[in-house]
Design a protein around this ligand. Structure first.
Ligand SMILES: Nc1ncnc2c1ncn2[C@@H]1O[C@H](COP(=O)(O)OP(=O)(O)OP(=O)(O)O)[C@@H](O)[C@H]1O
Ligand SMILES: [Mg+2]
Length: 519
């Protein structure tokens, strides 16, 4: 036993001497160079090649790292024995991941790809404008050299697509908004919250054929990548929603986002002061998104394309307060042409598959340049509640089935009355919804009868409200008719008078004639 310890001690002593000797003979630079040389020799004889995909590329996040992480989390490609499990914020799914320094084998187009997740401690604190994580994380992809050209670009594109798809399926979509001077930790001008609006085309009350048109248009847009490429058009589409308040413009936007599974960027134009700010906002939006400007007629003055005058709409007279006049001064650099470029200029096509939606209560106030095709491709009139829309609301709020709503049912008479009343009432779907929410405590027939009373009241109220002007109109019409009748009478009188005069003259002439022969 003693001998064994003696030999171990002498071995350690020899090792220490050898190490000191190596350090003295080979300085660190020479050792590093030798290591690199061996590595290069090894690489040139190796049949594999490696790619490092680091989490942080310079100072910004590496999109590919995130995509690989998501891709490897898909259950289809998970085949490792040890995995990490997480559930990101706003996500509805659990995510598998590679644990530190673990590896996973994937295959693509007949080739094998080996992924390794390498985590090391960050050595020296390097200078950075934002704090970097303590750990350096990177994925290493190892494939055979001969597969490199064959699969690499296709494989990476495939990873990006699959990751985007997984993210869309798992992650609840986001609703972004902008506010001046606020940048998030990644330097983004957008703040986001999970988008959970329950409105869908199913619940949206409007004419079914119009609704189908819009859905078909959206579907053909979303699947039209090759069409847009072939025709040389930017892959974007503009919708203008107009109509009175409470007719479902915002609900329609939510329904579009839910239908296409897109994020929403709701631009607050009153927080944008210059054209370049607007451009920056646009540059930081992602594909597969809906960019919304609500109540566009209230946000900017939209009839002054060429003017250099302030274009932001001020709630009060700009001269009334120093703040508003300062804002007016700042507003000088945001123009209608900036907004037009935003929707249709060169900058509008940074990114792809994006929908622009503007809403307004007063379409007549908008500049025709903004309305033309290419900018606003489809104008959608969200009007007062029609009978088909009312039926959808009754189905949603009173739980009526299609059979109960079908023509020729036992409530046919009541339905006819409802149809006449809703057309006469000019009531918004928002108001009908409110009535139905109150009435849903009754059984269906009673709820409909109560609704009918409200609609009739609204129709009567509308007629009464319009009565003074209607009466005035009727009086004016009567007056005009009278005048129209009087004019011919006067003319007639005049004619009669003239003829009598003529007759009188004739009589005199005749008298003269009669007298002549006597002479
Ligand atoms: N067409 C509709 N179908 C279903 N619900 C509707 C419809 N229109 C309005 N509503 C109901 O009324 C509420 C208000 O509608 P919404 O905000 O979409 O109207 P809007 O047209 O955007 O109004 P505004 O012009 O004031 O912004 C919604 O929450 C929704 O419940
Ligand atoms: Mg709205």
């Amino acid at each position: 036993m003693k001998e064994m310890w003696t030999s171990v001690a002498s071995l350690l002593g020899a090792f220490a001497f050898f190490q000191t000797f190596l350090h003295a003979v080979f300085p660190p630079e020479l050792r590093r160079a030798t290591f690199k040389l061996f590595q290069r020799l090894f690489n040139s004889y190796s049949t594999n090649c490696c790619f490092d995909i680091t989490e942080i590329d310079g100072v910004s996040s590496n999109e590919l790292y995130g995509a690989v992480q998501t891709y490897l989390s898909s259950s289809a490609s998970v085949s490792a024995s040890r995995l990490s499990l997480s559930r990101p914020l706003n996500s509805s799914a659990f995510i598998f991941g590679l644990t530190n320094n673990d590896r996973l084998v994937d295959s693509f187009a007949g080739a094998t790809a080996i992924w390794e997740h390498v985590v090391t401690q960050r050595s020296a604190p390097s200078f950075s404008w934002r704090p970097l994580p303590d750990e350096k994380r990177c994925f290493t992809l190892r494939i055979r050299k001969e597969d490199k050209l064959l699969i690499l670009p296709r494989y990476l594109n495939h990873i990006m697509d699959v990751a985007a798809d997984i993210r869309r399926r798992n992650q609840e979509r986001l609703l972004y908004t902008n506010s001046r001077g606020i940048l998030d930790t990644r330097g983004y001008p957008w703040e986001s919250v999970p988008f959970k609006h329950p409105s869908t085309f199913e619940t949206l009350a409007m004419d079914p054929s119009r609704k189908n048109d819009i859905m078909a248009d959206l579907r053909s847009f979303a699947g039209g990548q090759s069409f847009y490429q072939k025709t040389g058009r930017a892959w974007k589409r503009g919708y203008l929603l107009y109509g009175p308040p409470g007719t479902g413009k915002s609900s329609m936007i939510a329904a579009m986002a839910n239908f296409l599974q897109y994020d929403i960027y709701d631009i607050e134009l009153t927080e944008v002061y210059t054209n370049s700010e607007l451009r920056k906002l646009l540059m930081k939006t992602t594909s597969k998104s809906i960019i919304v400007i609500e109540d566009i007629d209230c946000s900017v003055s939209l009839t002054n394309r060429g003017s250099s005058a302030p274009t932001m709409a001020m709630p009060d007279d700009p001269s009334s307060s120093p703040v508003s006049s300062a804002a007016a001064a700042m507003a000088k650099s945001f123009t209608l042409s900036g907004l037009l470029n935003f929707t249709d200029g060169l900058w509008s096509c940074c990114g792809s598959e994006r929908i622009f939606v503007f809403t307004t209560n007063h379409i007549e106030k908008l500049d025709s340049a903004l309305l033309r095709s290419g900018r606003m491709d489809m104008h959608i009139n969200m009007s007062y509640c029609s009978f088909p829309a009312l039926k959808i609301l009754m189905r949603n709020y009173l739980g009526m089935s299609d059979d109960e709503l079908a023509v020729g049912n036992e409530d046919e008479g009541l339905f006819r009355e409802l149809e006449a009343a809703v057309n006469a009432a000019e009531i918004t779907p928002a108001d009908v919804s409110e009535v139905l929410i109150k009435n849903k405590r009754y059984e269906k027939r009673k709820a409909m009868e109560e609704l009918l009373e409200v609609l009739k009241g609204r129709a009567a109220g509308r007629i009464n409200a319009a009565m003074p002007s209607l009466r005035k109109e009727a009086e004016e019409e009567e007056e005009q008719e009278k005048r129209a009748l009087e004019i011919p009478k006067v003319e007639e009188d005049e004619l009669v008078g003239n003829s009598e005069e003529k007759q009188g003259r004739k009589t005199e002439a005749e008298e003269e004639e009669e007298e002549m022969p006597e002479e």
